[in-house]
Write a protein that binds this ligand. Structure first.
Ligand SMILES: Cc1cc2nc3c(=O)[nH]c(=O)nc-3n(C[C@H](O)[C@H](O)[C@H](O)COP(=O)(O)O)c2cc1C
Ligand SMILES: [Fe+2]
Ligand SMILES: [Fe+2]
Length: 420
């Protein structure tokens, strides 16, 4: 169905309950979101309207191009003059695009944003006239017989993100958290198609780099007696809502640490045309494995796929990259993996680079710069060896492996090993 056919088939607001309505918009033909996400099913921009005995609150808006649908749905359940509060769970334009026009139509409405959103409001909305109240966990606003309270959930997935809890309806307006890009006009999770893929894909690309913040948010969300989770994208989760926070917890929980019993995991990735960098890698692997408390693993990038390696890196304590210099650069499989790490948390992991070269040997330094750029710690300067490693040079490789192993178990040493 085309976008306009969707909107025409269902122009009115949809009730979640007598007092809560979905007033969002459907975007079934979108195929790429924010450049980075593929959206096989399109998406939806969910916005909600809550009616209390003392007025109406609007929670989030929609992408600007969809404002028409949003206002039509809003008007089907409320007058603009009734709107007392506008709550923004997240300032990204897919949820605030219709805000300026909404403020124009409901100038009496007061804006509620998170504490961290204050620093973004003006830059995003290009408007410094808005009065607002910044709220934090525990703050609440009353609509008479309905109360909205706020849960500060930063970095899910921007610094400003928050969730809003409607106590009397046990409904959590969760913003992008528990959302997914899955457009289905049937709206509710007990009616729509199979969206499990989209839910996990969204988590993997949007929430996964912020694992620690996921746990902090879950600590606030899991104690709630949830009847409905109303996210800002994708199905409204009213059937067994608690399974979604539980699923986030599973997705965020490292699986590896229990399997290797508290040892530090070191991954050594390499690629090699004539076997020179491979020889270095094997020597490094051998000595790092001998450091007590370190579990080292060796992978030839020529024989692997990026996605499972990214998963491994997420849970690793240390990562090493071996690359020859080819035409003044590291080789593509190394860059492919290094450019795929934006979805995992790399800050603070121990990292190092090594490789064989013929004359100029730029690759190791370039990889080191990238590792530092990913906020990893590079405690030992990269090891470069000219062409075929000699026995003495292989000893230097073993020393390098040992140094990284020791850094991993906390016996830090600053070493510069460069045979060039
Ligand atoms: C096509 C090609 C281009 C190369 N370009 C460079 C270069 O720009 N700078 C350099 O130091 N070595 C260069 N080399 C030399 C390799 O880095 C060197 O042979 C190295 O030992 C290969 O290690 P490997 O067996 O682990 O692949 C080049 C080699 C090839 C085959
Ligand atoms: Fe977002
Ligand atoms: Fe969003």
């Amino acid at each position: 169905m085309t976008r306009s056919a969707y909107a025409a088939a269902q122009p009115d607001a949809v009730a979640l309950s007598e007092r809560v309505h979905w007033i969002g918009a459907l975007d079934p033909t979108l195929r790429t979101f924010d450049i980075i996400l593929k959206t096989a099913n399109g998406t939806s921009y969910n916005a909600y309207l809550v009616r209390g005995s003392d007025g109406v609150a609007v929670i989030d808006t929609v992408k600007e191009a969809f404002a028409g649908e949003f206002f039509t749905r809003l008007e089907s359940v409320a007058d603009y003059s009734e709107i007392r509060y506008i709550v923004l769970n997240h300032l990204e334009p897919d949820h605030t695009g219709a805000l300026p026009e909404l403020m124009r139509r409901a100038p009496q409405a007061h804006l509620y944003i998170s504490v961290r959103a204050q620093a973004m409001l003006k830059a995003l909305l290009k408007h410094d006239q808005y009065e607002y109240t910044a709220v934090n966990t525990g703050d609440s606003i009353s609509l008479g017989d309905r109360t909205l309270s706020f849960l500060n959930t930063p970095y899910l997935h921007w610094p400003d993100t928050q969730c809003t809890w409607l106590e009397e309806e046990q409904t959590l307006f969760s913003g992008d958290v528990f959302g997914c890009h899955y457009c289905d006009a049937r709206l509710f999770n007990d009616r729509v198609g199979d969206f499990r893929f989209s839910f996990e894909y969204y988590y993997a690309h949007i929430m996964r780099p912020f694992r620690e913040y996921v746990f902090k948010a879950l600590a606030l969300i899991e104690p709630l007696a949830l009847k409905t989770i109303a996210p800002s994208h994708g199905p409204i989760l009213r059937d067994q809502p608690a399974q979604y926070p539980a699923h986030y917890r599973r997705l965020a929980t490292p699986a590896l640490s229990s399997e290797i019993g508290g040892e530090k995991s070191l991954l050594i990735f390499y690629i090699s045309s004539y076997g020179n960098t491979a020889r270095m890698a094997e020597a490094i692997y051998g000595s790092a494995s001998e450091v007590e408390g370190v579990r080292a693993s060796l992978y030839d990038l020529e024989g692997g796929e990026i996605a499972p390696f990214v998963d491994l890196i997420e849970e690793a304590d240390g990562i090493m990259f071996g690359t020859p210099t080819i035409n003044g650069d590291a080789v593509k499989p190394v860059w492919d993996l290094l450019s795929s790490l934006a979805v995992v948390h790399t800050r603070g992991k121990i990292a190092a680079a090594f490789g064989s070269f013929g004359w100029s040997g730029e690759a190791v330094r370039m990889v080191e710069d990238r590792l530092k750029g990913l906020k990893m710690e590079v405690p030992v300067a990269g090891l470069r060896i000219k062409l075929i490693p000699s026995d003495e040079e292989l000893d230097a490789c073993r020393g390098f492996g040992t140094a990284i192993g020791r850094a991993l178990i906390g016996e830090d040493e600053q070493t510069v090993v460069d045979m060039a």
